[in-house]
Design a protein around this ligand. Structure first.
Ligand code: ZN
Length: 251
């Protein structure tokens, strides 16, 4: 995403002065600038090819963290959606691909404060992995140039609870079966191992994220090669439904 200051020149100058006074070193550090420029929201525009090319995996993760910090603080960037639609009509250069749950309370672009053209978003109940999701990630990274794969689970996940309860329903049964191996990786002293125990539910959810992170390079030589060469990064995280905060963790 490209960030600039909008509104009139003198207001923009004032915002810059305020942001400098607040200790901001870069417009990328929008989270720290948000308070100082509250009356003049920074203007975000879709990620450009040049910005995507120049971005490192570490910078891509920093962008996601900064976006979530803006969301949590209540100061998302200003976006002209219709202008962004026009700007991205001819091409897209997203810098990350995010795998997350379909849960309506975790809309990824909103909670990470990303706009049109910034990230690929793959959503499936329980953020499980399958061949089609892997193919989508390969497209995102190898073909379209994304620099980071983020797998983000969330607290109090219904899919995780369904797996714990051994729910049986049509095609959902097969989906939940993909989550069950994560249950076995949660330490035995976490009791009771039921969907009523939120600690166990969230531990399984985090274990599921880590399992997916482990499987991505194992099941995709394309992505493994890019990870091994440092061309892309792989990170996991957990979204807290109560706070709106994503806690990222490393491999
Ligand atoms: Zn969920």
């Amino acid at each position: 995403m490209k960030i600039s200051l909008n509104r009139s020149p003198w207001l923009a100058a004032l915002a810059v002065a305020l942001s400098v006074a607040a200790g901001c070193q870069s417009s990328k550090n929008a989270a720290c600038c948000s308070t100082a420029v509250r009356s003049v929201p920074a203007q975000a525009s879709p990620t450009t090819k040049a910005a995507q090319t120049a971005m490192t995996p570490a910078q891509a993760l920093a962008e996601l963290k900064a976006g979530n910090a803006r969301f949590v603080s209540g100061h998302p960037l200003h976006r002209d959606m219709q202008a962004d639609v026009k700007a991205t009509a001819a091409g897209q250069y997203p810098y990350a691909v995010v795998l997350s749950c379909i849960d309506s309370r975790q809309p990824v672009e909103i909670v990470l404060d990303q706009g049109i053209g910034d990230i690929f978003s793959a959503r499936v109940a329980g953020n499980v992995l399958n061949d089609d999701i892997l193919g989508s990630m390969e497209f995102a990274c190898k073909v379209s140039g994304a620099k980071l794969i983020a797998v983000i689970g969330h607290s109090n996940c219904g899919a995780i609870k369904g797996a714990i309860d051994d729910a049986q329903l049509g095609n959902l049964t097969g989906l939940l079966a993909k989550i069950k191996p994560a249950m076995d990786t949660v330490p035995a002293d976490v009791q009771p191992r039921t969907s009523k125990n939120y600690t166990f539910v969230d531990d399984v959810s985090e274990a599921n994220v880590r399992l997916v992170m482990k499987e991505i390079p194992e099941r995709s030589p394309v992505l493994k090669g890019m990870i091994d060469q440092g061309q892309i990064g792989l990170v996991g995280g957990m979204y807290d439904l109560k706070t709106g905060k994503v806690q990222f963790f490393d491999r």
